[in-house]
Write a protein that binds this ligand. Sequence first.
Ligand code: ZN
Length: 280
Amino acid sequence: MSTAQLVRVASFLSFPWLRHGFSTRQGGRSSVYGGSSLNLGWTREDEPANVHQNRSAFVQEVSGNGAPMKLVTVRQIHSAIVQTAGAEAFDAKLETEDGKAVLEGDGLITNTPGVLIAAGTADCVPVLVVDPVLRAVGAFHAGWRGTVAGIVGEGIALMRQEYGSEPGNLVAAIGPSIGSCCYTVGEEVREQFSAAYPYSADLFQEKASSEGAPSLTVDLWEANRRQLLDAGLSFGNVSVVGECTACTRMENGERRYFSHRDEHGHAGRMLNAIGIVAIA
Ligand SMILES: [Zn+2]
């Protein structure tokens, strides 16, 4: 049993009261997706007991040396709905008896120490945000629908409203997710982006394809980066991990991440978590 292998960003590591991590496939006990993997989602195929163990290994790894933090997720629906998670998370009001999310939406914010908020993904874009001045955080799930709907902008608006966050102080990281190298989409995706964003042409590329008609790809990393900048974050405060969940391989050739697209729907889920702990 190995420990959960996480991806972390340098811009978050300088805050001693901040905990975060983007999970990978490595370090878990699920076997249904090949090898032994860290599936953190309540998928139909996997044993709930495995998911429970994987989740607690992940939470312990993110929490570090301290007590395990209280994980909070949402029932994701590809929306721009963002929920607030406070101290009520500790008496399990935000999850069912079997550990499933109660709140519906695609983003969470908190400023409660010990609460670990997370977005679940298997190609969709996870965006983590921290307010280092007021010690508040956000975790957002942005697939193409959530990105069109402007989930990160909604999340930052809620951080301003609830905590008084100044966007210019915020630091954000766009985590591992499907890159424009692999994310082929239909024309309806381009239509929805062009109806909503004046710069949408910058996000799409047509690539020659062996099957005749050129294939259309979208860059959701850039789309979310632009939305963070539009929300008032400064250029240097937005980092992009830049690893594609569909095509990144380990040195031994194994997949580094779960990919819904590349594994044809038979994929586990990663969690992308952030929270604050009570230290001076
Ligand atoms: Zn790729």
